[in-house]
Each structure stands twice: as C-alpha cells, then as structure tokens.
Design a protein around this ligand. Structure first.
Ligand code: SAM
Length: 534
C-alpha cells in the first residue's frame, strides 16, 4: 500500500527518519494488527481468557495489562460478550496514552477529545467506579457513540459533555487530577488501518490541526490542578503536531514540565530537534526534556503508531475548587426534609421508605435540579416525581445488593445518578449528566439500557442467565420475545411473588439488557433498537 501514500508525506518522512526511512516504509507492507482491551469494570483479563473462545488465541500487548492482540478473522464484535461490554476493540498503540496517565481510583479525570470513547472506557476501568470521569467531545454526532460506548462498558461515574474546551475551562479551572488530550490530528498513523485517512490527510493540513491542538492544549492546561498529570497524544508523526506543541506549551507555561516516559517495549524518545521555533524560547533543560516524550513507530512496535507526552503542573493542590451550586437546589436526604417533597413524589418516596426500602438507603444528598428550557418539555412529569419514581423502581426491581452512588439528578423525566462533587454544569451542553438510570412516565419508571449495563447480575431482583452459546442470547439481542421457564429465573434475594416484572437478561453472568416477565412464560424484549444485533 506504500504506493498510495502522498508524495509530500513520504518526502517529509524521509527527511525526518534518514536511514530508518526504509524500515518505516516497509512497515506499510506488514499485516495489520488488531487489539481488544478487556473491560476490568466487568471482568478480570484472566477470567475473560478462561471464559472466551478467543482466550487461547490472543497475545498480550506489552504496554497494556488488559490489552491483547487478536487474530484477523476472529470478529470479536460478533460475539455476545461484546454486547455484554466485556471488552472494547481498540488499536494497540492507542492503548498507550491512558497507561501513561496513571489514573487511580478517586481521581477527577477529564478526557477532553473523547469520542468515540476508547480511551474514556479505559480510564473508567482504572477508576473502578470511584472518582469522576468527564468525557467531552466538541462534535455533537460523535458524542452519541461516545455515550453509547460508556454505557456499554457499564460506567457509573461519568458525565458526557459536548463542548468547546474554552467553555469548560472557566467551569473546571484547576479542578482535574488527570487530563487526557487525545488531540484531533492529521492521522498519519492511521494510513495502514484506514486508507480513507490518506484523502483526509490531504484535506486537513498539518497547519490547521496544529492550530486546533494549540488552542485545546491551552484550555486543558488551565483545568489541571497543581500536581496533576496531563497526557497529550496524537496518532500522527508530524513534529508540528507533537514535539513542537509541547515545546510551545513549556515556553508559555513555566509551571509545566515533562515527566519522562521510560523507553521500553520498543518505544522511542521524542526528538528535541523537532521542537520548531518554540525550541528557541526553551531553556536547555526544557528542550532536552522533549526526549522524555515518546514515539511509537510502526517499524519498532506492533501497532499503527502514536506520540505521547506526559506533563505535570508543578506544585500541590492546596484547595479544592468548590462546586458552584447555582440553579441546583439541594435537599438533604434525611427523612424530615424529604417530607417536604410535594404531591405524588413525596408520597411515593415515603411509601418506599415505609417498606424499609431503597429510599432510605440512599447515601449523600438528593439533588433536585431546577430544570428549564429544552429538557423539561410540556406535559412531562415534574423532576421531583421522576426522582421518587426511580426510588420506587429501585425498591421493587433491584436487590438489596444494589448500591447506587451519586446524586439523583432529573432532567425533565430522565433520571441520572451524578458523581458527587462536580461543579454546576449549568450552561454547558450536557449529553449525559451522569449514569442514566431511566425515564419516568406518568405512573411508572422505565429503566434504561445504561442501567442494565452498569448493574451486576446480583443487583437485580430478578434475572435470567443464558450461556453465550445458547441461541436464546442471539434471539434476545435481535429483539425477539423469549419464552422462558419460571424455574430459570434467579433472584438477587428471595424470589419475588408473584413472579413478574423487570428481568435483567445476562449471558455468562453479564447483563445485556432488560426483559419484562408477565408470569405466563413470556419475556417481553426491552432491548432498545439501537442496541440490537445487526
Ligand atoms: C483522535 S480523536 C479521539 C479518539 C478518542 N480519544 C478515543 O480514544 O476513542 C479526536 C477527537 O477530537 C475531537 N475534537 C476535535 N476538535 C475538538 C475540540 N476543539 N474540542 C474537543 N474535541 C475536539 C474530534 O471530534 C475527535 O472525536
């Protein structure tokens, strides 16, 4: 395929790579490699290997503990485990930046250019449900795939935004412990994987991408807490989009410095000679530090290629950015204050509490967001009703083992559990305000697919589990009604009587969606159209 590469590209690569150029070019004739990353929110990599028919055929990706190369033709997207969110299909070198980000449970993490969500789901796996993930992308259409991938992975502690970084910077100034800028780029590392990128390269000039990256990086820098870590990455080779971007940032922000990346797995150092004009404004030490950034070249590793720089902002976090509570009314979740809830909502919640149920089990605060504008349409139930109906649903259909964390946030009839401690998101374009658990109708609550995917089987009051080899799984994933024997039903506690209501449908013990059992053997399929097997 090297014959199809633009001459301007090969000429430039020759001048950059010198004697390595021939090896670089021959990598375009090598077979493509394919990667999957096991979703540790759901399953441990070893357990997945034991469970999966692919388990014996995969090879570890050296830099990603949950990453594996799989063989061409394995078609992991066509297996029920994919629909259970047990793994994400991801290009192997694209797994490197999050490994470098050093995410720990409890961190506040921003993935600024996140769609379609490969790295966001990787970050979520590292957070293990503790802390906050803010996933943002400025392309509205792309945030749909981002939200879906986050939901498929069963992430409970993410919000998804659709904003320009400049709109986020004033809200989250100095707030994040970790920031990933996986920047839009000219995509030179994608030419082998996706030949359409070659035409794109000719349209998206390197200058235009560099200008975008410069702006995005400045806003990202403003949002990093002192002592925090920012990883900048691209899947392109051009120095203007890599070393030169970091050189400019260092020149402009003396409180940022490069944290050197160890050169292992065939990773090569960044090149200080490629710092461009900004290199002249750097001290000798700063310039040399660019060698601590890293290049994944396709002729040195099994992967398409990437660049990554790990930066820290000097200092330690002294004070937390206080959440701005403006249009958000906070209601303490103690029983006395909840009695103030009016009408059906209060009655429903008090009823739930009387039964010793979930209403009383909520931790933290119940946030009642004052909703206006496009979210709260005419004729929709009051937000507070939606919250109460969620509590009633959780009481009936989830088991005692369910531990919903976060604040209940209602946008019209839609209910979210939002990670705690976030600043107000008022005025931002919010795609998901947290874990979307469902939607309230006039008298009942419809659980979401995102709720199903974020649960464990034992957290549902009623569930069904089919082996992934059972034809019922594909039937279910195709949207068909199933006929089931009541004896197959499993309960998170005592089997509810009568045996009816929402059933969490699972394969090999991992949820794939909801069904509704009416007691006569028929399981109505609740899988949304956009989630079905194609
Ligand atoms: C390389 S892709 C991100 C891939 C993603 N991190 C993943 O692992 O799945 C770059 C993304 O940046 C987004 N983008 C472009 N300009 C942006 C901007 N100004 N602010 C935020 N995102 C932007 C694009 O829509 C695109 O989805």
């Amino acid at each position: 395929m090297s014959g199809y590469l633009p001459i301007a590209f090969t000429t430039k690569m020759k001048s950059l790579l010198g004697e390595e150029f021939d090896r670089f070019m021959s990598s375009y004739e090598d077979p493509r490699v394919y990667g999957i990353r096991i979703n540790r929110l759901k399953i441990d990599a070893e357990d997945w290997k034991n469970l999966s028919p692919m388990g014996d055929t995969v090879r570890p990706i050296p830099w990603a503990p949950d990453g594996y190369y799989y063989e061409e033709g394995a078609r992991p997207g066509k297996h029920p485990h994919y629909h259970a969110g047990l793994y994400y299909i991801q290009e192997p070198s694209a797994m490197a930046p999050v490994e470098l980000l050093d995410v720990q449970p409890g961190h506040r993490v921003l993935d600024l250019c996140a769609a379609p969500g490969g790295k966001s789901t990787q970050i979520a796996g590292k957070l293990q449900g503790s802390g906050v993930l803010v996933s943002n992308d400025n392309a509205r259409e792309r945030t749909k795939a981002l939200a879906k991938n986050i939901e498929l992975a069963g992430v409970r502690n993410a919000v998804v935004l659709n904003e320009e970084p400049s709109a986020l910077a004033p809200v989250f100034r100095g707030w994040f412990d970790r920031i990933l800028v996986d920047a839009p780029c000219s995509g030179e590392g994608m030419f082998r994987k996706d030949e359409s990128m070659i035409a794109e390269w000719e349209k998206h000039s390197i200058e235009r991408c560099s200008a975008m990256q410069r702006h995005i990086l400045r806003d990202a820098a403003a949002m990093l807490a002192p002592g925090g870590v920012l990883v900048y990455s691209t899947c392109t080779f051009s120095p203007e989009e890599n070393e030169a971007q970091i050189a400019e940032l260092l020149a402009e922000y003396p409180d940022f410095e490069v944290l050197p990346v160890p050169h292992q797995y065939g990773w090569k150092p960044g090149n200080p000679d490629w710092a461009g004009e900004a290199g002249r404004d750097l001290t000798g030490g700063q310039l040399a530090s660019l060698a601590g950034t890293v290049r994944l070249w396709p002729h040195h590793i099994e992967g398409e290629g990437h660049y990554a720089a790990v930066l820290t902002r000097k200092g330690t976090r002294t004070e937390d950015a206080e959440p701005v509570v403006s249009e958000t009314a906070l209601l303490d979740a103690d029983a006395g204050k909840r009695k103030k809830l009016k009408g059906n909502a209060g009655a429903a919640m008090r009823a739930a509490e009387k039964k010793g149920g979930r209403g009383t089990k909520d931790s933290g605060k119940l946030h009642r967001t004052v909703i206006n504008g496009k979210h709260a349409g005419k004729g929709q139930v009051e937000p507070v009703d939606a919250a109460a109906l969620w509590h009633v649903f959780a009481e009936r259909e989830l088991s005692e083992l369910f531990e919903g964390t976060g604040n209940v946030q209602c946008f019209g009839s839609r209910v979210y559990l939002q990670p705690e401690g976030l600043p107000s998101l008022d005025g931002l374009r919010v795609v998901r305000a947290g874990w979307y658990v469902g939607e309230a109708g006039k008298h009942k609550f419809e659980p979401s697919q995102a709720l199903a995917m974020g649960l464990q089987q034992r957290e549902a009051a009623l569930s069904l589990d089919f082996s992934s080899a059972d034809p019922n799984v594909i039937r279910y994933l195709k949207g068909e009604t199933l006929f089931v024997d009541a004896g197959q039903m499993k309960a998170g506690g005592d089997l509810p009587q009568p045996l009816k209501g929402y059933v969490l449908v699972c394969t090999d013990g991992y949820p794939i969606g909801w069904g509704k059992y009416s007691g006569d053997g028929m399981l109505k399929n609740e899988l949304p159209a956009g989630w079905r097997w194609m």
